[in-house]
Design a protein around this ligand. Structure first.
Ligand code: C5P
Length: 401
């Protein structure tokens, strides 16, 4: 199922150059299944036209409190009753001030005051001095206290040429925030440590030994944990993926680097999910210089030594420091037999198995869950959905209510 399937969103636009980003945000959220009604203030229409948003949303854009095209003139009431959330992006300094004071002098502000239980999410967008202004900060604090969900702003180059806090989040960041908003917050207050991707064992400064892990499963789990309210640290081998939104990523190369990074972070983690495909061996006689073909064309002789088992190391930490440990097993055959044995060998309460030939590099997966009670097969689903289900399952193990 798409992350925003069946979600009806009111997108409110107020005056700001960041309006152009909201068109892309709407399209990407539609890709995830969301449907939109768009409401624009007069200020917003100075930056982008209702025609753009009418064409993108497939619906008439609302701009006027006094528009009599709705039979009873009550668009400001009806719209939010049918919506799952109102997202104001961009939210201007002036609109934030109006919201904080409960003003209702145009359609969008009236709609917000009349929203009842419909959640309100705002994405501020303004010059850094306007953002830093004590009045704006007072208004933001008031809105937070009123239960409004504030996303961003980000920092960086601003349209006015200055640099600082106040940029509206980028379209994909807005999308990530919206998806996260709708997820149950089952891991609030928890710290989750995750390894993902392959490791890469140097042979010389140019060559390495690695594997085909894409990192997709571990990255999806990291995103799902953030969406569930956790503080997430991701220790990642070399992959081609962007860091999941809201997650702190530490990039490493070899298994020994990954081991060091994990052992530093594990004592303060509540959960450790070991998704990385860690090399079992490293090259003891790795060369500091590029290995050259010699005259006799003799192949170099590599010597190997075992890498530390990161998961087993964490699982055997003193109980007071030890996080709840989850292992992964990618097998090519006899999944059930191997995974049960692996769970016991690693000393972890939960092990997630899948068939390597189905899962490696794929977007879908079928997970099998192994614990003390036995095993349970989940359906074939996208890695995003599987990650969400796994995070919910882990949250239940931590807090079985
Ligand atoms: O031993 P095997 O590689 O099959 O075990 C897989 C599980 O153990 C995965 O969770 C993987 O991340 C973890 N592992 C590890 N350190 C290793 C080898 C595997 O953490 N050196």
């Amino acid at each position: 199922m798409q992350a925003l399937a069946n979600k009806r969103i009111i997108l409110g636009l107020t005056g700001g150059i960041a309006c152009y980003k909201s068109a892309e945000f709407l399209r990407r959220a539609q890709d995830m299944g969301a449907e939109f009604d768009v409401v624009m203030t007069q200020g917003a229409q100075q930056f982008i036209t209702p025609i753009t948003f009418g064409a993108l949303s497939g619906r008439q854009v609302h701009t006027d409190l006094w528009d009599n095209s709705s039979s009873d003139n009550m668009a400001h009431i009806h719209l939010s009753r049918e919506a799952d959330a109102i997202v104001i992006a961009p939210a201007s300094t002036h609109f934030i001030a109006r919201l904080a004071n409960g003003l209702a002098d145009d359609l969008l502000s009236t709609l917000c005051v009349a929203r009842g239980h419909c959640p309100l999410i705002i994405a501020p967008a303004m010059n850094k001095e306007m953002w830093a202004n004590p009045a704006t900060q007072r208004n933001i604090a008031q809105l937070r206290a009123d239960g409004v969900h504030i996303i961003g702003p980000g920092a960086g180059d601003q349209a006015c040429g200055e640099i600082g806090d106040g940029r509206m989040l980028e379209p994909l960041q807005l999308l990530a925030e919206l998806i996260a908003f709708f997820q149950p917050k089952s891991l609030t207050g928890k710290r989750v440590l995750i390894t993902a991707g392959p490791t890469s064992e140097p042979i010389d400064p140019i060559r390495t030994i690695t594997n085909r892990s894409s990192g997709k499963m571990g990255y999806a789990i990291a995103q799902a944990a953030f969406n569930a309210g956790a503080e997430v640290q991701l220790v990642s081998g070399p992959v081609k993926l962007d860091a999941p939104y809201g997650v702190t990523r530490q990039s490493v190369e070899s298994a020994r680097d990954m081991h060091r990074a994990v052992m530093d972070l594990a004592p303060t983690a509540d959960v450790f999910i070991s998704v990385a495909a860690v090399a079992d061996w490293y090259v003891v006689n790795a060369s500091n210089q590029k290995l050259k073909k010699d005259q006799s064309q003799q192949a170099p002789k590599l010597e190997f030594a075992p890498n530390p088992d990161i998961l087993a190391s964490v699982a055997s930490m003193p109980i007071a420091q030890r996080p709840y440990c989850v292992g992964f097993a990618a097998e090519t055959e006899k999944l059930i037999e191997h995974a049960h044995a692996k769970r016991l060998r690693k000393g972890v309460p939960l092990l997630v198995g899948n068939l390597a030939q189905d899962a490696m590099n794929a977007d879908n997966t079928q997970l099998m869950i192994f614990d003390e009670a036995g095993h349970n097969q989940w359906p074939v689903q996208s890695k995003t959905e599987a990650a969400q289900q796994l995070i919910m399952h882990i949250a239940q193990q931590l807090d079985p209510k």
